[in-house]
Structures are given as C-alpha cells and as structure tokens.
Design a protein around this ligand. Structure first.
Ligand code: HEC
Ligand code: HEC
Length: 168
C-alpha cells in the first residue's frame, strides 16, 4: 500500500477512535454526575426538540462538515477554525449538556447567527476565560499529574448554569 493511503487510513482510524471515546464518555455519565440534569425550557421553547434541530442543521451543512466553521456559518467569531461538523458537537455536548440547558438558553431557535441572548456573548467571554486559565496559568504550574492539564466548561458547570461554591 502507498504511504499516502496508509496515512489516510490512519487519520480515519484516529478520528473514529476519538469519536468513540467521546461517545463512551457521554454514555457513561451517570445521572448523579450530571446533578439532576434538567434542560431549562420555558414558554414557547417547551416543545423544543433539540435532537431534531441538530439533525436539521447537520443536513444543512452536509458535505461541508470538515470545512472551517468560520466559512460555513454566518457569525462565528471564536470557533472559526473548528470544523463545522465539530461545532455542532460542541454546541450539543460541550455547551448544552455541560450547562444542563438546551440550545434555546443561548439562541433564538432557528436564528443561530443572531446575538440576541446575553448568554451567547457570555459564552464567548467564557471561552476566553478558559483559554487564559489553560494557556497562562495551568501551563505554568509545575508538578501537576497531567502533561497537558486543562479546564473546560464541564470542569466548572457540571450540568448547571451557576457553578457550585459548596459541596452538596
Ligand atoms: C451556552 C451557550 C450556547 C448553547 C447552549 C448553544 N450554543 Fe450555539 N453558539 C453559541 C455561541 C457563543 C456561538 C458563536 C461561537 C463563536 O462566535 O465562535 C454559537 C454558534 C452557533 C451556530 C453558528 C451560527 C452562525 O451561523 O453563526 C449554530 C448553528 C449553533 N450555535 C447551534 C446550536 C445548537 C443547535 C445548539 C443546541 C444543541 C446550541 N447552538 C447551543 C452558544 C451556545
Ligand atoms: C473556571 C470556571 C468556569 C469555566 C471553565 C466556565 N465557566 Fe461559565 N460560569 C462560571 C461562573 C462562576 C459563572 C457565573 C455564575 C453566576 O452568575 O454566579 C458562569 C456563568 C456562565 C454563563 C451564564 C449562565 C446563565 O445562564 O446565566 C454561561 C452561559 C456560561 N458560564 C457558559 C460557559 C461555557 C460555555 C463555558 C466553556 C466554554 C464556561 N462557561 C466555562 C464559571 C466557569
């Protein structure tokens, strides 16, 4: 087999493995770890079907999943370089699930590019804050257990919009 072919197979294998790891982690989240996960639904959003919306969006970007989100979507400022398909995974697992909410917490549903809800801009600031913790602080603390220690939304939020200050 040619070197290039082997490399392609390697990349596909690696992506599948990463996805499998993400899926396993999601499934193994026990209800207790999610702190009584309750999607924050209110008023007209009551009947909101998140899985259906994600499927719709996935269909809209079909064929463009690997293109940078900045080229595929209209108003992506922080996650420009992330592949468009992965942006949807981040919305579903990184943001909604981490905070214990659904898309409507940060978006006017179906107007995904609009910045009407303050929570969407707060999220951009949170991305900056987490990056500062990771790059400016954690990296410079010696003798930690992980070679690349990081925090993400889940580290603090753990299924809640307001991170806990006390042990339950
Ligand atoms: C905690 C807040 C939050 C939640 C929850 C959330 N999003 Fe987002 N979403 C954002 C932010 C912030 C951006 C813009 C990111 C940037 O500027 O890089 C965004 C961008 C998007 C975009 C790109 C829109 C465009 O054209 O610019 C789509 C599509 C999207 N979100 C869909 C979803 C879906 C579907 C869900 C539910 C599964 C969801 N989001 C949940 C905060 C959120
Ligand atoms: C270092 C801890 C920490 C990290 C990491 C973190 N947050 Fe936060 N977040 C907070 C705190 C503290 C608040 C303020 C809660 C309050 O109002 O008292 C907050 C508030 C928020 C709010 C407003 C909640 C609401 O509904 O009013 C959103 C949205 C949010 N965070 C999203 C995110 C997202 C998305 C990430 C990952 C990119 C993230 N946060 C990472 C600590 C964190």
């Amino acid at each position: 087999m040619k070197k290039a072919q082997l490399r392609v197979i390697g990349v596909i294998g690696f992506s599948a493995l990463t996805l499998a790891m993400v899926m396993t982690r999601v499934r193994s989240d026990s209800p207790s770890q999610l702190n009584g996960y309750q999607p924050a639904v209110e008023g007209q959003e009551q009947s909101f079907d998140q899985n259906k919306k994600i499927a719709e969006l996935a269909k809209q970007i079909s064929g463009k999943e690997d293109k940078p989100a900045g080229e595929v979507f209209k108003n992506v400022q922080m996650l420009k370089a992330v592949p468009a398909g992965r942006l949807l995974k981040i919305m579903e697992l990184g943001y909604s699930k981490s905070l214990g909410v659904n898309c409507a917490h940060c978006h006017v549903v179906d107007q995904w590019d609009k910045d009407d809800k303050p929570t969407k801009q707060i999220t951009r600031e949170m991305i900056k804050m987490a990056a500062a913790i990771n790059n400016d602080y954690l990296k410079n603390i010696k003798n930690l257990k992980s070679p690349n220690p990081i925090v993400n939304c889940t580290t603090c939020h753990r299924g809640q919009t307001k991170p806990a200050l006390n042990m339950p």
